[in-house]
Design a protein around this ligand. Structure first.
Ligand SMILES: [Zn+2]
Ligand SMILES: [Zn+2]
Length: 312
């Protein structure tokens, strides 16, 4: 058996649009998008929906726990990559406790939306009178900036902090780094599309593609970006029948069906597909049905649920 690469993926929130607590969503969970990826001692979070809040509580408690005589509380260092700044991907951030600790170091990256820089887009998610604390007041935020698909986010050997390089011109500066994150741009979502991220560590790759709508024959841009990945996390908001329903049509909303996700997984030749970003209307049983449907196209499909941990 091949040696493990040493990547741990944990789904913290798998729902799209808005949180849905209640008995219908117990198994898959009702929190909005957040995926935690750990590799090489680094912690990378993909989006900051309400799923990020429970991680914050865990990290905060670990910090506050009484230490043994020789133990020293480790400072928290993390990088949050935003696909875009729609609420369901940012609404957990103001409630993510470690971000308020001066001992935490946070690096936040994301796309420009239309002409709005990422910094400004995120700032508007935390502003008076809608929230009592402004983004500028958070002492933990070290870097807050837009990245471009022509750039790569890199963790160099021995460094805890990410650096951003031009993917082609500066290749010689980062090509031997153990952990790299490639930035992709999908156009299948309102307001200029979303970012996709491809995290590569040692011999493994995890690809995150949320909030994107499929095209006929599969979105070639997404397929190329996900090519050969070990794990593909893909938007699966709708059952095909609901996508084409005549009463409440959702075509053009910028989301995929479970079949679109499976077609991308098959065309990209990935190892495993995790369905993600489910419509808040769907019960656990309806998501089970989506998973079955996707498996008829791509057998190695799992419906991501809150707390699911995948080790590579
Ligand atoms: Zn979303
Ligand atoms: Zn969105």
């Amino acid at each position: 058996m091949a040696r493990k690469a040493g990547i741990v993926v944990r789904f913290r929130g798998v729902r799209g649009s808005h949180p849905v607590p209640g008995p219908r969503t117990v198994r898959y969970g009702g929190n909005t998008s957040c995926v935690e990826v750990q590799a090489g001692g680094h912690r990378i979070l993909l989006d900051a929906g309400t799923g990020i809040i429970s991680l914050g509580d865990e990290l905060f408690q670990a910090q506050a726990a009484p230490q043994g005589e020789t133990a020293v509380a480790e400072s928290i260092v993390l990088t949050i990559l935003f696909s875009h700044t729609h609420y369901d991907h940012t609404q957990g951030l103001p409630f993510f406790k470690p971000i308020f600790l001066p001992s935490t170091t946070c690096f936040l990256f994301g796309p420009k939306t239309l002409e709005l820089p990422f910094e400004e887009g995120l700032r508007r998610a935390m502003v008076s009178p809608y929230f009592p604390v402004n983004l500028e007041d958070l002492q933990s935020v070290r870097v807050l900036r837009s990245v471009k698909p022509s750039e790569v986010i890199v963790f160099q050997e021995g460094s805890m902090y990410p650096e951003v390089y031009n993917a082609t011109r500066e290749r010689h500066l980062y090509q031997n780094a153990p952990l790299k994150v490639w930035v992709g741009h999908s156009l299948g979502h309102p307001d200029g599309g979303v970012y996709m991220y491809r995290i590569e560590y040692r011999n493994a790759a995890v690809v995150y593609v949320t909030d994107t709508e499929g095209y006929v024959g599969g979105d070639r841009r997404v397929i190329q970006f996900a090519r050969g990945a070990d794990v593909l996390i893909h938007d699966s908001q709708y059952m095909p029948e609901d996508y084409t329903a005549s009463v409440y049509p959702v075509q053009g909303f910028g989301h995929s069906t479970c079949e679109m996700a499976a077609e991308v997984a098959r065309a990209a030749g990935v190892q495993r597909l995790y369905l993600f970003h489910y419509d808040p209307q769907y019960s656990d049983e309806q998501i089970d049905a989506m998973v079955e449907r996707a498996r008829s196209i791509f057998p190695n499909t799992t419906g991501a649920y809150e707390g699911l941990t995948v080790e590579l």
